[in-house]
Design a protein around this ligand. Structure first.
Ligand code: NDP
Length: 331
């Protein structure tokens, strides 16, 4: 079977020589384990942090490791109670064709309710991230303005839709006119502002005439600086990620931090794995919204395990629309 191996630490933007495709013998499951054939893998920004030597909440990968990441796939051999050949599962099984896993590492998924890939995106940990960050740390109230960066992406698109379901004004920030149109038309945000346009700061101010009550931050960097003066008193910033900084070789110094004090803002970083108690409620809410036709998502799917590294590099540069995935074998 094939695996994507971590070959070299990047400096700045990762290059293809940071990845290596290896062919290795297939493991066989021991008693209590299953063998899963991975069908689609998830390409996520946090993996860039795992390629760093710097301190991060996520454990750093060692050179020679199989790339981490969630996959959906099918059980092809089971030696564990409760799992049968043919069952569809999701888990953090790595960038490889097959994985041996224990039941505790797997969750069964229901393909009658949604396509398998949705469980890597809006109905899986991506959607749960959006829900936990917004509901637990954003605490949106009806009529408030919720602003989200990387709004056309996997997490951001769900944040805006949940905000709308809770009676808020949803405003996005995304790169380029096409992505902004998608955010408004496919995801139903009230407004979306292009951060690459020259008049970004003025356009953003116009898009939030009543100020910002919740800024769901996926990117950090200069966009955060533009948002800080637009915040209302007692507003909240759930810090979900800093994707504008993951490839940076020099840290960005935020200039307008005094607004946190002036406006008595609560800024709160969160990591999904710390909030497992909220997952069932989030999963239920997302499944209900999806079943009611009120949760939409887009996917960008690369074909073939060997193309996962390029898909990852391109996703960090914004080439993806919605959730970036890689299909490992044809339908
Ligand atoms: P996305 O689908 O949003 O893809 C990443 C997007 O980031 C790109 O499409 C691009 O969109 C945007 N981007 C890249 N560079 C910049 C930049 N310099 N400035 C502004 N935007 C940029 O990825 P996800 O939805 O998977 O992840 C979104 C965020 O959520 C990330 O920060 C990630 O680390 C975080 N996350 C956090 C979790 C947690 O537990 N806290 C769990 C899961 C994700 P554009 O074209 O608009 O620039």
């Amino acid at each position: 079977q094939r695996q994507v191996i971590y070959a070299k630490r990047p400096h700045g933007t990762p290059t293809l020589d940071c990845f290596r495709i290896a062919t290795v013998p297939l493991d066989t499951p021991s008693e209590g384990q299953v063998l899963v054939r991975n069908d689609v893998l998830s390409v996520d920004p946090y993996i860039r942090m795992r390629m760093e030597e710097k301190d991060s909440y996520a454990p750093v990968m060692a050179i020679g490791d199989v790339f981490v990441g969630r996959t959906v796939g099918q059980v092809v051999q089971s030696r564990a109670p409760g799992f049968a050949t043919g069952d569809w599962v999701v888990g953090r099984l790595g960038w490889q064709d097959f994985s041996v896993a224990a039941p505790a590492d797997l969750q069964k998924i229901d393909l009658a309710a949604a396509p398998a890939t949705a469980y890597l995106g809006a109905l899986g940990s991506t959607g749960i991230t959006a829900w936990v960050g917004l509901m637990e740390f954003g605490r949106p109230q009806r009529g408030e303005t919720v602003l989200v960066s990387a709004a056309s992406g996997a997490v951001g698109s769900v944040v805006g839709q949940i905000a709308k379901l809770h009676g808020c004004r949803a405003v996005g920030v995304a790169g380029g006119a096409a992505k902004c149109a998608l955010v408004r038309e496919a995801y139903g945000f009230d407004e979306c502002v292009d951060y690459k346009a020259p008049d970004f700061a003025a356009a953003l101010a116009r898009a939030v005439p009543n100020g910002v009550d919740v800024y769901f931050d996926n990117v950090g960097g200069p966009i955060l600086d533009t948002v800080l003066p637009l915040l209302n008193n007692f507003s909240r910033i759930p810090v979900c990620g800093l994707v504008s900084q993951y490839n940076a070789t020099e840290p960005y110094g935020v200039k307008n931090l005094r607004e946190i004090f002036n406006r008595r803002v609560t800024m709160r970083g969160f990591v999904l794995s710390d909030h497992k108690a909220l997952w069932p409620e989030a999963t239920r809410a997302l499944a209900e919204a999806y079943a009611a036709g009120r949760l939409h998502y887009r996917e960008t799917i690369a074909e073939g395990l060997e193309n996962a590294p390029q898909a990852f590099i391109d996703m960090l540069a914004g080439a993806n629309v919605g959730k970036q995935l890689v299909r490992l074998r044809p339908d």
